[in-house]
Design a protein around this ligand. Structure first.
Ligand code: PRT
Ligand code: ZN
Length: 304
């Protein structure tokens, strides 16, 4: 923190306040988002003292505490400042329309919010929904979709088991979360429109203090170091010196590969980072170019 220009006593007081500050993160108590949210904390090296049987858990080694909540309550809790940040499905953020900022897409709990109709009906396009009754737990997002397509339909809000509504004559169609699509098949429904796609996101309150902002930046830095390492491998190999230039051209590394002479004259060791997707292709090229003793090691974190 830079308190230039402030009297020393005021600077000391601010430092003291900041050191005392904790970032409060809201995560789901139990359900599809809980495991991924707890794993995020672990990846950032943060150890929680209590599990989700408690409402709140401080962290042992980081100025953070976790608030365990139902996912529906997370956007509002963050918007009102009872939590500073939260991990929640983007679908809930879009539905609740609370003034929170999405700061990070987290890549887990991926799904989509779709309209589905009975399988036997031929679907001509959005106008089919005109005057129809649609069951959903997401009236806000559905309303936006209907307005966009200039369709007037009756929205029937229900919480849970939306997919059985057409089968029992409660609605003509549903608007619900779809992941694999097997729930729709089981209920003889077919997906005809995808309104939005969603994944777990990190959201923040719009008015964080300087101290909390600094803690959040450290948390994001740690998470990004882990994310960067995902899908990457560290590779070490030995090669004759006259092949180093060719071998290096297959291995971009973080800047360029590290090349170190071996005790045996005329040979060097080459170290680099490769993408898992290119792995077998790169290995093939390296072997052809004369690389030997190839070692491939997982990477835990990458810090630039
Ligand atoms: O108790 P709490 O209110 O906290 O939890 P919840 O029961 O409301 O939510 P939960 O844990 O079921 O889901 C939390 C979040 O996970 C959702 O808001 C989505 O962002 C995300 N997500 C990802 C899903 C799914 N995939 C999912 N498949 N949420 C729900 N489903 C349900 C869906 O409602 C439907 O019944 O699974 C069924 C469809 O799945 P498929 O694979 O058969 O298509
Ligand atoms: Zn919920």
């Amino acid at each position: 923190m830079n308190f230039k220009g402030l009297p020393e006593t005021v600077s000391l007081f601010l430092c003291y306040k900041i050191m005392q500050e904790k970032l409060r993160i809201a995560i789901q108590t139990k359900g599809r988002l809980n495991e991924g949210s707890v794993r995020l904390m672990e990846e950032a090296g943060i150890h929680l003292i209590f599990g989700s049987r408690n409402l709140v858990s401080p962290a042992k080694n980081f100025p953070l505490e976790v608030l365990y909540l139902r996912d529906d309550d997370i956007p509002q809790t963050v918007a009102y400042g009872a939590a500073d940040i939260g991990v929640v499905g983007e679908n809930e953020v879009l539905e609740k329309k609370e003034p929170v900022e999405i700061i990070k897409r987290l890549g887990f709990s991926k799904c989509r919010l779709s309209l589905a109709i009975p399988q036997q009906i031929e679907y001509p396009g959005p106008q089919w929904f005109q005057g129809k009754k649609i069951a959903t737990s997401y009236p806000g997002i559905l309303n936006d979709w209907l307005a966009k397509h200039q369709v007037k339909a009756e929205i029937h809000v229900i919480n849970g088991s939306v997919e059985i509504s057409p089968g029992i004559g409660l609605a003509d169609a549903i608007f619900d979360i779809v992941s694999s699509g097997s729930t729709l098949v089981t209920n003889r429904l077919k997906e005809v429109e995808v309104a939005v796609t969603s994944e777990a996101v990190m959201i923040r309150n719009q008015n964080l203090s300087a101290g909390k902002q600094a803690i959040l930046e450290e948390l994001i830095f740690r998470l990004e170091s882990v994310q960067r390492a995902e899908g990457k491998k560290y590779i070490l190999l030995n090669a004759p010196d006259d092949k180093i230039a060719e071998i290096s051209s297959f291995l971009p590394g973080m800047k360029s590969p590290t090349v170190m002479p071996l005790a045996e004259k005329g040979w060097s060791s080459v170290h680099s980072v490769i993408d898992e997707n290119d792995f077998w292709e790169v290995i093939g090229k390296l072997k052809k170019a004369g690389a030997e003793g190839i070692l491939v090691i997982p990477i835990e974190k990458m810090i630039f």
